[in-house]
Design a protein around this ligand. Structure first.
Ligand SMILES: [Zn+2]
Length: 325
C-alpha cells in the first residue's frame, strides 16, 4: 500500500501506530481529490498491520485483505448519491463497534466526505458523540471532510486531525502511469493543469469539462500576453452556454494570475496550474497588474455564482481585462 508524498503524515502515523498510542478518533481534512480516503486507508492499514512497524508492511494477511478491499474489520460507511448518510446506518455502525474484531485487535470505521453530507453532517456527529467520547479500546473511527469547520467543537476536541498534503507533480505522473490506460501526453497535460491532486487529474483525463476549462484559460492567457481583446473574447466564448465550465476557467485563470504575481515578486508558487503561462504573464504584467487581474477574476467568479447572464459577463469581463493590460 503506497502513500505518495505526505511525508509529514507518514512520520506522524508511524508515531501514532505505536502500541498503546493508537488514536481512537481521527479527522482527515483536505480538498476534494487530494487523497483523504487514501490517507485514511493507509492509517487503518498501519494500525492493523500484523508487524506494527509504523507503516503497512504490504505483505501480512491484514495488509493484503485491506489492499484487496475485503478486510472484515475495516468498515466504510456509504452515503447516498447526494452525500447524505442514513442515520440508521450510522447507529448500526455504533452498535457493531461493541463486537470484537474478527482478525487482529483493532476495528477501523471510516465515514468519508462529511462535508458533502449537507443534511446529515450534524445529526451523524450527534449519533457518534457517545462513541467518540468513550470509544471501545478496539475501535478507531476516521471522519473525513474538506475542512474542520463542519465538525462540532465537542467532536474536534476529542479527535486528532490530519490534513492531506499536496503531492508532488512527479508522483502524480507516476501514479497516473501506474493506473494504466492514459497516454503520456495526456498525463502531462492533466498534471500541468491539476498539479498533485490525483482526483482532479483523473477527472481531467476522464471528463470533458476540465480540459475545456483549461484550454479556455490558456487561450485567455495567450490573449492577455498579446494584449489582444479579440483573442480574449474568443477564448472566453470557448465555454459558451456552459456556465460551470466558464466558472472553472476563471478559477484556473485566477490561479495562473496568482502564480504570475508570486513569480514577479521572486517567489515560487506552490502548485500553480499552467506554470509556463504564469511565468510569461509575470514577465509581461509584473506583480501589480497580475494582482489586479487576479482580483478581477475572483470578482467575476462571484458574479457567475450570483447567477449573472453568461454572455453579458463574458463581454464585460473582456473589456475589464483589456483596460488592465
Ligand atoms: Zn502488514
Amino acid at each position: 500500500m503506497k502513500l505518495y508524498s505526505n511525508e509529514e503524515n507518514k512520520r506522524l502515523i508511524s508515531l501514532l501506530t505505536a502500541k498503546g498510542r493508537e488514536p481512537h478518533s481521527v479527522i482527515i481534512t483536505g480538498e476534494r481529490g487530494s487523497g483523504r480516503r487514501t490517507l485514511g486507508k493507509y492509517l487503518a492499514a498501519a494500525l492493523m498491520c500484523e508487524r506494527r512497524s509504523g507503516e503497512p508492511c504490504g505483505v501480512c494477511k491484514s495488509c493484503r485483505m485491506l489492499e484487496d478491499g475485503n478486510h472484515p474489520d475495516f468498515i466504510t460507511a456509504k452515503a447516498n448519491e447526494n452525500g447524505n448518510y442514513k442515520l440508521d446506518d450510522i447507529r448500526a455502525l455504533v452498535s457493531d463497534s461493541v463486537i470484537k474484531p474478527n482478525e487482529g485487535d483493532l476495528k477501523v470505521y471510516m465515514i468519508p466526505e462529511l462535508d458533502r453530507s449537507v443534511n446529515t453532517a450534524v445529526p451523524v456527529q450527534n449519533v457518534l458523540l457517545k462513541f467518540i467520547e468513550e470509544p471501545p479500546d478496539h475501535c478507531v473511527i476516521i471522519l473525513t471532510a474538506a475542512t474542520k469547520e463542519i465538525f462540532l467543537p465537542t467532536v474536534i476536541s476529542r479527535c486528532i486531525t490530519l490534513g492531506t498534503q499536496r503531492c508532488r507533480r512527479s508522483d502524480a505522473e507516476q501514479w497516473l502511469t501506474v493506473q494504466g490506460g492514459y497516454g503520456q501526453d495526456d498525463i502531462i497535460r492533466a498534471v500541468s493543469c491539476c498539479g498533485g491532486n490525483f482526483g482532479r487529474c483523473l477527472e481531467f483525463l476522464n471528463g470533458k469539462e476540465l480540459p475545456l476549462a483549461f484550454e479556455c484559460a490558456k487561450a485567455v492567457s495567450a490573449g492577455m500576453l498579446r494584449r489582444d481583446e479579440y483573442l480574449i473574447l474568443k477564448g472566453l466564448f470557448m465555454c459558451d452556454g456552459q456556465k460551470a465550465v466558464l466558472r472553472q476557467a476563471l478559477v484556473f485563470l485566477s490561479e495562473i494570475l496568482r502564480g504570475a504575481c508570486l513569480i514577479s515578486l521572486g517567489e515560487k508558487p506552490e502548485d500553480c496550474c499552467f506554470e509556463n503561462g504564469a511565468e510569461q504573464l509575470a514577465a509581461s504584467l509584473g506583480s501589480g497588474r497580475s494582482q489586479e487581474l487576479y482580483r478581477l477574476m475572483t470578482d467575476y467568479i462571484g458574479r457567475l455564482d450570483a447567477n449573472c447572464n453568461q454572455s453579458l459577463t463574458v463581454n464585460s469581463l473582456t473589456g475589464e481585462i483589456f483596460v488592465r493590460l
